[in-house]
Design a protein around this ligand. Structure first.
Ligand SMILES: *Cc1c(COP(=O)(O)O)cnc(C)c1O
Length: 388
């Protein structure tokens, strides 16, 4: 065992099952380990580095802001967070933004907003939030409760109460819950990411959105993984032609620095008053200056590039040996393998390709949106070879 690995095991809390790779630096879609070996990165730090490693434009934006001021607290006004919020509102039609530091924190914010709204509209018992089985919404006690996977709940009871679960694409079950319980909100991922990369059926999501609208139940869409161009639309809900009341995002928005955002539609635009929520680092100027650069580059031409690469990936894996199914949208792809997915991922690492896994024995691909075609096709060949 190397010194770094040994020290990590000694000093870092054991929450992560790391692969035996020590990453030192990166360039575009290639990560280099401490021995100088390069890996084509098909995971981009779990969908974070959407323009790859050491992206010059983003670095410039971050460094320029860093030279001005690194942090002021939310007691004062600053420019980068306002600029970023304006861009997000203009491009989504949503009305206001709360900034925080992670996906879980963005979801916590949306859940608080939904509780306050339900209570104000229909009394103190109207606090339930329906989420989907097989979802993933984060690791805090509340977002774990929102996560509809039992194995995450064991050992951490009691979780935050007030969550009900329905099966994806089962509208009758969803309607039953929405009709009979005191429901403040429905919260879902349009494409379940960690749960196996399963897109919801369009008709299901549209019917849920319509019923929620008619019942004055809020629709919260978790775009932490699927957002920021990942699916070939700026946010994945845009592929479904629905209008959520609350949209959360994180991962890719910061291009590699920690950020979370909760966006508020018309109904909840004024839900919060001073003191209702907060975050010391939320809206940090350095992070937001980087995010402004990232968001400004998620253009229509980038999105159509994402769609083309997506088609290429689907065509490459469909009907390929050792592969049972391919699912997903844009550059968020799940590959169901005949072999254990984790074994394929380990072999790919030896061959110089990094990929992720997801529930239900899937390899999960979340490459940088600007991954060059030659690296993409090379990575695909290596993954396919290791699936056989
Ligand atoms: C990663 C993820 C989260 C949690 O985000 P963190 O930044 O790790 O807190 C929440 N929801 C979805 C859909 C995610 O993929």
């Amino acid at each position: 065992m190397s010194f770094l690995t040994e020290q990590d095991k000694r000093y870092i809390s054991g929450t992560y099952a790391r692969f035996p790779v020590e990453i030192e630096r990166g360039e575009g879609s290639i990560a280099f380990d401490t021995n100088g070996k390069g890996y084509i990165d098909m995971g981009s730090g779990i969908g974070v580095n959407i323009f790859g490693y050491a992206d010059k434009e983003w670095q410039e934006a971050v460094i320029n802001q860093l030279r001005k001021i690194q942090h002021t607290s939310n007691l004062y006004y600053t420019y980068p967070d306002v600029k970023l919020a304006e861009m997000l509102c203009n491009r989504t039609g949503l009305k206001k933004v709360f900034f925080c530091n992670s996906g879980a924190e963005a979801n916590e914010c949306a859940i608080k907003a939904a509780r306050k709204y339900g209570q104000a509209k229909r009394g103190k018992d109207c606090f339930n939030i329906i989420t989907l089985f097989n979802s993933f919404h984060g690791r805090t006690l509340t977002t774990l409760a929102a996560t509809g996977q039992d194995h995450y709940h064991e050992q951490f009871q009691p979780l935050t109460p007030g969550f009900l679960y329905a099966h994806a694409d089962n509208f009758d079950e969803m309607k039953d819950l929405m009709d009979n319980k005191n429901v403040a909100a429905v919260m879902l991922e349009c494409i379940q990411g960690e749960g196996g990369v399963f897109p919801l059926e369009k008709i299901f999501l549209q019917k849920v959105a319509e019923l929620a609208h008619n019942r004055d139940i809020l629709l919260i869409v978790d775009e932490v993984q699927s957002g920021n161009g990942r699916t070939g639309a700026l946010y994945s809900y845009m592929n479904y032609e629905i209008e959520p009341d609350l949209v959360t995002t994180a991962k890719g928005l910061g291009g590699g620095l920690p950020i979370g955002a909760c966006m508020f539609g018309d109904k909840v635009e004024t839900i919060f008053s001073p003191g209702d929520n907060g975050s010391t680092f939320g809206g940090n100027p350095v992070v937001c200056a980087g995010a402004v650069n990232i968001l400004s580059r998620i253009t229509d031409s980038l999105l159509s590039e994402v769609q083309k690469k997506s088609e290429y990936i689907f065509n490459s894996f469909n009907n390929s040996a050792g592969i049972k199914s391919v699912s997903g949208m844009g550059l968020m792809v799940g590959i169901e393998t005949e072999k254990p997915a984790i074994e394929v991922v380990k072999k790919c690492i030896s061959d110089g390709v990094l990929c992720l896994t997801a529930e239900h024995n899937r390899i999960r691909l979340l490459p940088a949106l600007n991954i060059p075609m030659n690296l993409l096709s090379k990575a695909i060949e290596i993954i396919k070879k290791n699936c056989v």
